[in-house]
Design a binder for this molecule. Structure first.
Ligand SMILES: [Zn+2]
Length: 260
């Protein structure tokens, strides 16, 4: 009897062993993935040139095109625009003026104004330095970047490839949606890592979600977003989504299940 029980239990022992080996393997794969992400983020946050436009990852010329159909959120404010998901064909937006030559999607005017007003009432001095951009504006920013490489002796093709690593190509910038804002502190207007320590960024990182905005390119998510850490770039996604994203610490691609 005893022997019989023993022989019955051995498949279970084997199963348990297999399960624990799978768990160990999964943990190792997860840990390696985390290390890769951290290394990439570190590499992207150091001494690189920061530009007014989006800085995107290097590998943008591959054939990894993903149609926006597969990655659009159901909500109208969950439009995903990145190097894999260009603006939809024929995209148009109705704009509202927020002053000093800046415009946003008219539907987010109220929340944008409320956020900026509450910041000022809290004694802060936010400065919007970039908002809606036309296709032409994005193109000129991109071409300026290309020009820098041409001056360095790159061929046209090489220059475009290199520039695309630092400035979003026309049609792939969130600023063309009217849902993105670059906000800096009046006392420190450089678009670099130092921006995160300003009173304005500290307030935004804790409160922007209340108005429907998220920090779009968080530190440590560069490998997923394709954009280096930008403490100044805020994106409107609606209040419910913004709260969930803020609470969970995911980036928009992860929230939408659109990680490449
Ligand atoms: Zn931006």
């Amino acid at each position: 009897m005893k022997k019989r029980n023993g022989s019955e239990s051995s498949p279970w022992v084997l199963l348990l062993f297999c399960l624990s080996m799978c768990a160990v393997l999964a943990a190792v794969i997860f840990a390696v993935g985390r290390m890769k992400t951290a290394n990439k983020a570190d590499a992207g946050s150091g001494t690189e040139d920061w530009t007014e436009a989006e800085t995107v990852g290097k590998d943008v010329t591959g054939d990894e095109t993903q149609t926006s159909d597969t990655c659009a959120g159901e909500d109208e404010f969950l439009l995903l625009v990145n190097r894999y998901n260009p603006l939809p064909e024929g995209f148009s937006v109705s704009l509202a003026d927020i002053g000093r030559g800046h415009k946003v999607d008219g539907r987010i005017y109220g929340d944008t104004e409320a956020m900026l007003r509450d910041m000022r009432e809290a004694g802060l001095s936010p400065v919007v330095c970039s908002s809606y951009r036309t296709e032409e504006k994005q193109k000129s920013l991109f071409e300026a970047e290309v020009g820098g490489y041409l001056a360095d002796g790159y061929s046209r093709a090489e220059a475009e490839g290199a520039a695309a690593g630092w400035v979003a190509a026309p049609g792939t910038s969130e600023h063309q949606t009217g849902l993105a804002l670059d906000i800096v502190d009046e006392s420190y207007q450089l678009l670099d890592r130092g921006q995160e320590a300003t009173p304005v960024q500290r307030w935004l990182s804790e409160n922007a979600y209340r108005y429907g905005f998220i920090l779009r390119y968080p530190n440590g998510k560069s490998e997923i977003t394709g954009v280096n850490y930008e403490p100044w770039h805020y994106r409107y996604v609606g209040k419910a989504a913004a709260r969930e994203i803020y609470d969970s610490g995911v980036c928009l691609e992860e929230y939408l299940g659109c990680v490449k």
